[in-house]
Design a protein. Structure first.
Length: 337
């Protein structure tokens, strides 16, 4: 069994903790929080050992009536791997702690790529993380783009990818980012950070990305144009995408016309928190003009990196190859809409 600690129990950390607890080959050592808020209480309710991320704040948990299992250093020491799900920038400060205890660590996509040995996407470069000490699971948008581009690169070759990302203004709980009423080029210059981030997975891929931020919280949407090196039909591309376990082709018959209905669909499907771990591609949008592919896809920013974190744990500990890990993760979480 792989013993996993989670440092940070917010939007990503709590989802990764739940996912670890569902794996047949993993054991959750515990989770760390900086303060005794509703998420700390939820961790205890779930039966997860709770550790204080900041040792000086341990008395605050006692005052709130929340039992602690110890400090974060104790969590790191007892873990085979730590998933750092702290806010962007904090993980860089934690790196020395993981090195002190010789514990491999996974970081999230908000950290700089030069902080780690390798950036990771299960579909794109699983084997590159084998035995690494510091691995960055790329961001939600980069994860989605990597999943989409990998089969295209393998099957048809990619001459150039051009992506316009319409990004949510914030997660539902991020009240500090709103309310807003605006549409912002973000950034106004080319490229957005997503293209260079994709190149941490596919170094030789030609890709340009543009970003826009809108006053929404549900999901991101990508407008995709990929010039392929060959000329498949739209039907052939759809069939190829259908073979990918983490791509969900939204059938036209479902009448799902946007992110709101996608989230409702996920809730009706019994997904925890309404999470959508898969890329969601509108099937009827997949079209070919010569060797140019066009489509729209939606990415659930709160959850699509969760299976990638699970696969990265196995990659770092060299407990399974990509095919085996992805299959185990998919089955345990119920991936496949």
């Amino acid at each position: 069994m792989i013993t996993v600690g989670i440092n940070g129990y917010g939007t990503i950390g709590k989802r990764v903790a739940d996912a670890v607890a569902q794996q047949p080959d993993m054991e959750l050592a515990g989770v760390a929080k900086t303060r005794p808020n509703f998420e700390a209480e939820a961790a205890v309710r779930n039966g997860y050992p709770l550790f204080a991320a900041i040792e000086d704040r341990m008395p605050l948990f006692e005052e709130a009536g929340i039992d602690l299992a110890g400090s974060v250093t104790e969590l790191v020491e007892k873990s085979d791997v730590v998933v750092d799900a702290c806010p962007s920038g904090v993980a860089a400060q934690n790196k020395s702690m993981y090195e002190e205890y010789d514990t491999p660590a996974l970081y999230q996509g908000g950290e700089d790529a030069d902080l780690v040995d390798v950036s990771f996407n299960a579909r794109g470069n699983y084997s590159a993380a084998a035995g690494a000490s510091h691995v960055r699971v790329v961001s939600c948008n980069t994860t989605g783009l990597s999943r989409l581009l990998a089969p295209l690169q393998e099957q048809y070759g990619v001459e150039k990818a051009r992506i316009t990302l319409v990004r949510r203004g914030g997660d539902p709980g991020q009240t500090s980012r709103g309310p807003i009423n605006d549409i912002l080029p973000n950034p106004v210059t080319l490229p957005s950070h997503h293209g260079p981030d994709v190149n941490t997975i596919f170094p030789d891929l030609a890709i340009d990305t543009l970003g826009m931020k809108v006053p929404a919280t549900l999901m991101h949407t990508h407008s995709v144009n990929v010039t392929l090196e060959s000329t498949p039909t739209a039907e052939e591309v759809r069939d190829r995408f259908a073979e990918e376990s983490r791509l969900f082709l939204i059938p036209e018959r479902l009448a799902i016309d946007g992110a709101g209905k996608l989230k409702e669909f996920a809730h009706d499907a019994g997904r925890p928190r309404g999470d959508i771990w898969e890329n969601c591609l509108w099937e009827e949008s997949i079209s070919m003009e010569g060797n140019d592919l066009y489509l729209f896809q939606a990415i659930h920013q709160e959850s699509d990196v969760v299976p990638e974190n699970i696969d990265a744990i196995r990659a770092v500990t060299e407990q399974a190859d990509a095919r085996e890990s992805i299959s185990t993760t998919n089955e345990s979480l119920g991936i496949g809409l």
